[in-house]
Ligand binder design. Structure first.
Ligand SMILES: Cc1ncc(C[n+]2csc(CCOP(=O)(O)OP(=O)(O)O)c2C)c(N)n1
Length: 269
């Protein structure tokens, strides 16, 4: 019998020029959302929170991208991007108040999920229907461009979200108008229970950049050093030369779509 391949579990860390303090910042950055998530899974079992979308295993993307951005640049995260909120150093009591539906949460107790944003930390809350989120990033980028501000905007979506029409509209206009947006697609293998083989026919999501006349990169989303160094370089270049960039991060959704739905449809291998 052929031994199981370790190709996907071995991470090759490039010889980066990052300082020890940056490496520690990145490591602590990834640890924080992981520890929070482990706590949330306990609270869920205790019935103290109602629902949870896990980003366990995908932390390097949220942390690497957020840390490559400047503090006053807007980020539009999705349901698996807890690391964006923690990397912007939102006080934990406010985050937990939000998830427990308390009055001092961001939505004043009206909602207990990731559908919230905060101008204070330049985070625009997730739009439930996924695709429309991308067009909002175009609007923010256009405002920066009209004011001659050298700022970029990062917006997240899953590979599932890229099958919505809004994805096409947002990328097309961003390309035509040279809007400084990083379109960050987290390709984690599944859109709820649908595997990528049943979602699109192109080989890579990044290949769609050709159709939009847009620069595109594929990045190992499980390698924090690759995410941080590549996104930092691209971000610096986009600030100087405003344009949209499509980033496909390859990763894997370790847990269910949300905790109640499980992972029975995922083959063991
Ligand atoms: C229009 C619409 N359809 C369905 C849903 C429910 N829903 C929320 S996230 C999601 C899966 C999205 O998959 P993907 O974009 O790959 O992100 P992932 O959950 O894998 O991180 C679904 C079906 C929704 N919010 N809006």
């Amino acid at each position: 019998m052929k031994p199981a391949t370790t190709e996907f579990t071995t991470i090759k860390y490039p010889d980066t020029k990052l300082s020890d303090s940056t490496l520690l910042k990145l490591y602590r950055g990834m640890l924080k959302p992981r520890l929070i998530e482990e706590k949330m899974l306990i609270l869920l079992r205790q019935g103290r929170i109602s629902k949870w979308f896990s980003g366990i295993g995908q932390e390097a993307i949220s942390i690497g991208v957020t840390m490559a951005m400047q503090e006053d640049e807007y980020i539009l995260p999705m349901h698996r991007n807890l690391g964006v909120f923690t990397a912007r150093e939102i006080p934990l009591y406010r985050l937990f108040s939000q998830w427990q539906g308390k009055a001092n949460g961001f939505t004043k107790g009206r909602d207990r999920s990731f559908h919230f944003g905060t101008q204070e930390y330049k985070i625009v809350g997730m739009i439930s229907h996924l695709g429309p989120q991308l067009g909002v990033a175009d609007g923010i980028a256009l405002a920066h461009k009209l004011k001659n501000e050298n700022k970029l905007t990062a917006v997240f979506t899953g590979e599932g979200g890229t099958s919505e029409g809004d994805f096409h509209e947002a990328l097309n206009i961003a390309s035509v108008w040279d809007l400084p947006v990083l379109f960050c697609v987290e390709n984690n293998g599944y859109g709820l229970s649908t595997p990528t083989t049943e979602q699109y026919r192109c080989k890579n999501i990044m290949d769609r950049g050709i159709g939009y006349g847009m620069e595109a990169h594929q990045i190992d989303g499980n390698n924090i050093l690759e995410v941080f160094t590549k996104v930092s370089e691209i971000a610096e270049s986009v600030r100087k030369n405003p344009r949209p960039v499509l980033l496909e991060f390859i990763t894997f959704r370790m847990r269910g779509h949300e905790e109640a739905s499980g992972t029975k449809y995922v083959p063991q291998d």
